[in-house]
Each structure stands twice: as C-alpha cells, then as structure tokens.
Design a protein. Structure first.
Length: 225
C-alpha cells in the first residue's frame, strides 16, 4: 500500500539541474579552474557544501576556499540565474499530485537544497501559476538536518513529519545520492533518468523511469497490488 509520495526538488519537481550546472561552471571559471563537464555533472544530487568541499579537495589543496564563503558565492550565482528563468513544474508533476490526492496519498517535498533556494523555487512557481507549496504535507530541506543526501536524515524527517511508516512511502529521485538516501531510510524509490544521470547511477532504485508520466503508471500498478 502506498501512503506517501515524496518528490525530490531539483531535477524531479523542476528542471533546475541545468541552472545548478551553469552556476558551478561560473563559480569554477571565476576561480580559473580547469574542468570537464563530466566533473560538473558529478555534482548532481549532492549538497552545495559537499560540492565545494570536493572542489577544495580536487583543485585547491593548500589554498582552500572556506566552505561557507564558497557556498554563498555559488548560491548567489544560482539565485541570479534562477530569477531569470520562467520556472514551471516538470511535465507530469501536476498529474502525479492530482492522482495522489485522488488516492488519498500524502504528498511531500524532500530536498538537500537550502531553505532559501527551496523558498525561491516555490515562490517562482507560485508566481507562474503553480501553487505547489500548499500541496505538500511536509517540506524538508537541507537546513533541517545534520546530514544531507546521501545520508538518510532528510527522508527520516519527512516520514516522521508525515507519520507514515517508511516502507509505505515512495520517493522519486534523479540521482544516485538521492536513491541511496531514500533506501537508507527504509523507503521505496523510483529513479528518474535525466540527461545528467544514467540508469546505472540509479540501479539501486526499485524502478527506473524516463519521465514522470511513466512514474505515475509505475505507481498505479503498485497501488493495485
């Protein structure tokens, strides 16, 4: 029985991964660092703190940027780019939410992003006619927990907020780190393929889909069992 459906935000609820990638490109360009796009794509699914730590480790040993300073700069670039985007939910999001509501399945949002980013995205969506904030019975972001994805903390807090057993909850994730987080919390997880993540990275998911319409069909079949 499915009692809750939990959306990751970046790459699942909204197509912000290209914006995250462009912001990291700008950030690394400002530091005059040489990189290839596969390196940048490896940031998908991890927190900004973790990615700044990775840049320090791989490029800046002995001249590291303070994590908080690096996060502030990268986030400022990201928010500036985000504000210029006509943001909409990914195709299939609204249909999945409507299906969940019809089935009395709780809907939640679980993101490693910081609160200001989650709020900015939800505000931009509302400005564009998508009042999604009121649809979520729980919103958990990276500032709520000690450890972000791939640790289980975000999903453990989400199922606690929802008062649902983890085994009755399904997450939708577009990264290996996200899948690992959901599975570590004892939940089921659908892996969503994107241009930035291959099915190989999602192999620990309970099912892999190409879009959210396929995810809806997958969940409909699970709900019948």
């Amino acid at each position: 029985m499915i009692q809750a459906l939990i959306f990751d935000m970046d790459g699942v609820l909204v197509d912000t991964e290209p914006i995250h990638i462009r912001s990291f490109q700008t950030f690394m360009d400002e530091l005059n660092l040489k990189y290839d796009m596969s390196y940048i794509h490896g940031f998908v699914g991890y927190s900004i703190d973790q990615n700044v730590q990775r840049i320090n480790r791989d490029f800046l040993q002995g001249s590291e940027i303070p994590i908080a300073e690096g996060v502030r700069r990268r986030d400022a670039i990201y928010i500036e780019l985000l504000e210029k985007t006509a943001l909409q939910p990914l195709p299939g999001v609204m249909e999945l939410i409507e299906w969940s509501e019809a089935k009395q399945i709780a809907v939640a949002l679980a993101s490693s992003s910081r609160q200001d980013q989650v709020d900015t995205i939800l505000d931009l969506l509302e400005r564009n006619g998508y009042a999604l904030r009121s649809k979520f019975q729980s919103i958990v972001h990276g500032d709520h927990v000690k450890q972000r994805k791939p640790a289980a903390d975000i999903y453990l807090k989400t199922v606690t907020n929802l008062n649902r057993p983890p085994q009755s909850c399904w997450a939708i994730e577009d990264s290996g780190a996200g899948v690992q987080s959901a599975k570590a919390a004892g939940m089921h997880c659908i892996g969503l393929e994107t241009p930035f993540i291959s099915s190989k990275a999602l192999k620990k998911a309970d099912g892999i889909v190409r879009d959210l319409f396929e995810a809806k069909t997958f969940l409909e079949e699970k709900a019948l069992k």
